[in-house]
Ligand binder design. Structure first.
Ligand code: G4P
Length: 518
């Protein structure tokens, strides 16, 4: 069997969006197209997906579904497509960001009425910094929303990326009539009845031939403008994430999805190489199996300590039972229990190829960022750290349990569940996170796995900035509004009260060079 052929068939992406933009609906429709599910509603039901944060543990236990819906594979047009879920809502955590490290492209779903929203922006920035190609799906055209030009303008100015509309909408809301497909220059009518007003073989050059209403006229004029004045198509720019192909549609009505998929499989990259610590690259077609762990899902049931580690296959082929080495420790083990994820099921995986994601059952051997390989040694570069936004002081309720307390923190920090900081002189532990959920998971796991009750005291939302020239810091710079703390590597970090405090600081101390992580 031809390894290269298998790998070229693979497309691995994540959907980035703000809650409610339509990520779940789009995922479902993509799976329907691929024949992976038979009916909508199989992917995490919206209603069951909405829950209060405090219910999280219970829900997590009940819905094994959060594991199954983390990665889904389906076939389309000869391709094997892997969709990775980027948890949002109350589930938002560093895992959400790290998922983006395991994909080769991203699909950005935007609600046409809302435009760019905060969570989309955050995830987009990570894609941009990693040079991940981005495809944009503007959703909910069946409702009234912003004008298409306004949306493109918003994407271009807010996200600093060029846009290339692949489809163009004809009207919206009640008078949404369809989309113009730029690639093959056809019109796809929204309703069956609209077909009657259209000539199926309609060519743009023959626009006198059509008796269209106002919506068609406007759309065609706009479309011409896009053709004349819009950004030029540039495959190279797409692959670097400098230009995003844009699609309009309605996920709910399964409209515009096929146009999207057709183009997506054409332009989305096949599995890309990954950098190693030795500053070399491992190509996906390298015969030797290798991969890295980007997410560890702890089992919330205290009777079952096993965890599921998600591994992105970087090169070669995985086969069940194969012997691999964990680069960090040099330890060898056989991978007998690996799963792959289908829409409504997990199944034992017998083989997987570069680009695929497999789940490995783990009893505590793996950490986030770990490399597994077969054959000659490789170790992938460290996964980037993300700038936390929320902080919490933490201490052990029972002072006699300090040892357990620090052991628990150390392991959870290593695992990537939470970030560790401490106050400058008193060494009081402070936890950092990108989402509230991380604190709750921390508290729960400290109690269940390390038998330690903790006291958590919110420090609140802060802007964290690292310092290029630490030697220039003086005691006078440390204040309540610009609080100096240490990270787990003993680097100094300022926690600013807000944007204003940060600007004020930078003006007062221009010699201090601040930076943030991804
Ligand atoms: P998410 O995963 O990004 O959070 O979004 P999800 O797909 O769950 O969609 C959010 C809501 O938007 C859902 O409504 C869904 O039916 C609706 N929606 C998704 N795509 C479209 C579309 O193309 N057109 C229209 N009109 N609606 C769309 P819901 O389940 O009824 O919840 P809600 O409306 O009560 O929030």
């Amino acid at each position: 069997m031809d390894l290269t052929h298998e790998i070229e068939k693979r497309k691995t992406f994540a959907i980035i969006s703000h809650p409610d933009a339509g990520k779940t609906t789009l995922t479902e429709k993509l799976l329907l197209f691929g024949g992976a599910i038979r009916q909508a509603g199989t992917v995490k039901g919206k209603k069951s997906g909405k829950f209060a944060t405090s219910d999280w543990m219970k829900v997590e236990q009940e819905r094994g579904i959060s594991v199954t819906s983390s990665v889904m594979q389906f076939d389309f047009d000869g391709y094997k497509i892997n969709i990775l879920d980027t948890p949002g809502h109350e589930d938002f955590s560093e895992d959400t960001y790290r998922t983006l490290l395991a994909v080769d492209s991203a699909v950005m779903v935007i609600d046409a009425a809302k435009g760019i929203e905060p969570q989309t922006l955050k995830l987009f920035k990570v894609c941009r910094m990693r040079g991940i190609p981005i495809f944009t799906f503007i959703n909910k055209l069946d409702r009234m929303g912003k004008e298409p030009f306004e949306l493109l303008e918003e994407i271009e100015s807010t996200l600093e990326i060029e846009t290339y509309p692949m489809t163009w909408p004809i009207g919206m809301g009640q008078s949404f009539f369809g989309i113009i497909n730029r690639k093959d220059r056809t019109i796809n009518p929204y309703r069956e009845a609209d077909k009657l007003t259209l000539d199926d073989d309609y060519e743009l050059e023959e626009d006198h031939a059509i008796q269209a209403d106002e919506a068609f006229q406007t759309a065609i004029e706009e479309f011409m403008l896009v053709e004349e004045a819009g950004d030029a198509f540039d495959r190279e720019k797409i692959s670097k994430g400098d230009l995003t192909p844009v699609f309009f549609g309605s996920a709910l009505s399964t409209f515009g999805i096929e146009e999207f998929l057709d183009t997506y499989v054409d332009y989305a990259p096949m599995p890309t190489p990954r950098k190693t610590k030795a500053e070399t690259e491992v190509a996906p077609t390298n015969e030797n199996f290798s991969g890295f762990i980007f997410k560890i899902q702890a089992n919330m049931d205290p009777r079952h300590r096993d965890r599921l580690a998600f591994l992105r296959v970087v090169s070669g082929k995985f086969t069940r039972g194969m012997e691999v080495t964990l680069a960090r420790t040099g330890r060898k083990s056989k991978l007998n229990r690996a799963t792959m994820f289908m829409a409504d099921d997990t199944e034992t995986v017998n083989e997987a190829f570069a680009g695929d994601i497999i789940g490995l059952y783990d009893t505590g051997n793996f950490q986030i960022g770990d490399t597994l390989y077969h054959g000659s040694k490789v170790e992938f570069e460290e996964l980037p750290r993300f700038t936390p936004e929320l902080f919490m002081k933490v201490s052990a309720k029972n002072v006699l349990k300090q040892k357990h307390f620090y052991k628990g923190i150390e392991q959870l920090v290593q695992e990537g569940a939470i970030q560790y900081y401490k106050t400058m002189h008193t060494n009081q532990p402070i936890l950092g996170a990108v989402g509230q959920l991380q604190f709750e998971v921390f508290e729960h796991r400290m109690k269940n796995e390390y038998n330690t009750d903790v006291i958590m005291e919110p420090v609140g939302k802060k802007i964290a900035r690292w310092i290029e020239n630490e030697e220039a810091i003086t005691d006078a710079m440390n204040s309540a509004r610009a609080n100096l703390v240490l990270d787990r590597y003993d680097n100094q970090v300022f926690l600013f009260e807000n944007e204003f405090a940060m600007r004020w600081f930078s003006e007062k101390y221009p010699e201090i060079k601040l930076y943030n992580l991804l």
